[in-house]
Design a binder for this molecule. Structure first.
Ligand code: DX5
Ligand code: ZN
Length: 224
């Protein structure tokens, strides 16, 4: 069976914001496949990051696909602004605290011809996303509690990755399985072994001296 291609999506949250253009360029030149943009509103998560204006700025700096992760309340309300800003995929959260009609929001992302993502927090069981799997392109399994970069990977989340992989295989579906939080060479390898094919990484790339080496290190274990 062919193994899905492993994609690396550096998370801009860990970049040096005093020189965003250079950081984006370095990530692109170092072999990033996508850029992961974490949007936080201070309500759904206890942190505030950046909004559509910054997404639009980044859109102007790169041709890489922009993977927008909305950790916000009422994502349906803000959706048009992130679409307009140039997102290629938009991921919303399944938890009731995100305060939206999940099916409707997924439908709106699809209608805009944008890739459709759904995410679940560490405390949320896999069953919460199961009904939506046929209508999404990407399942984002949070491997840390969302809100901040630099946290430790939670290996117990691999059970959800395995279940998503089993679903993907039994349905012959194309679902991407993305992991986000605490991803470094070692935890990337564990995630890939369990079925993940998109690796989001902030700290392990942007705090490295050599971004290319850091990205290669994430991928290099993919034969395991
Ligand atoms: C956490 C964010 C992550 C974060 C990952 O809420 O969704 O994308 O930036 O950062 P690291 O790789 O440092 O754990
Ligand atoms: Zn994220």
């Amino acid at each position: 069976m062919t193994r899905p291609k492993i994609l690396v999506a550096p998370s801009i949250l860990a970049a040096n914001f005093s020189n965003l253009a250079r950081e984006v360029q370095r990530a692109e030149e170092s072999g990033a496949d996508w850029l992961h943009l974490d949007i936080m509103d201070g309500h759904f998560v206890d942190n505030i990051s950046f909004g559509p204006a910054v997404v639009k700025t980044i859109r102007g700096l790169t041709s890489l696909p922009l993977d927008v992760h909305l950790m916000i309340e009422h994502p349906d309300h803000y959706l048009p602004r992130f679409l307009e800003a140039g997102a290629n995929s938009i991921t919303v959260h399944v938890e009731p605290e995100a305060k939206h009609d999940v099916a409707q929001t997924l439908g709106a992302i699809r209608a805009a011809k944008c890739d459709v993502g759904l995410s679940l927090n560490p405390a949320t069981p896999f069953e919460a996303v199961e009904p939506y799997l046929p209508s999404i392109d990407l399942l984002l399994v949070m491997t840390v509690h969302p809100g901040f970069g630099g946290q430790a990977f939670r290996p117990e989340m691999m059970d959800k990755v395995k279940r998503a992989k089993a679903w993907r295989e039994s349905h012959g579906a194309k679902l991407h399985i993305e992991v986000d939080g605490g991803i470094n060479a070692e935890t990337a390898s564990v995630s890939i072994t369990n079925g993940a094919n998109i690796l989001v990484a902030g700290t392990s790339i942007f705090r490295a001296q050599d971004y290319r080496q850091a990205i290669e290190n994430l991928r290099s274990n993919s034969s395991g």
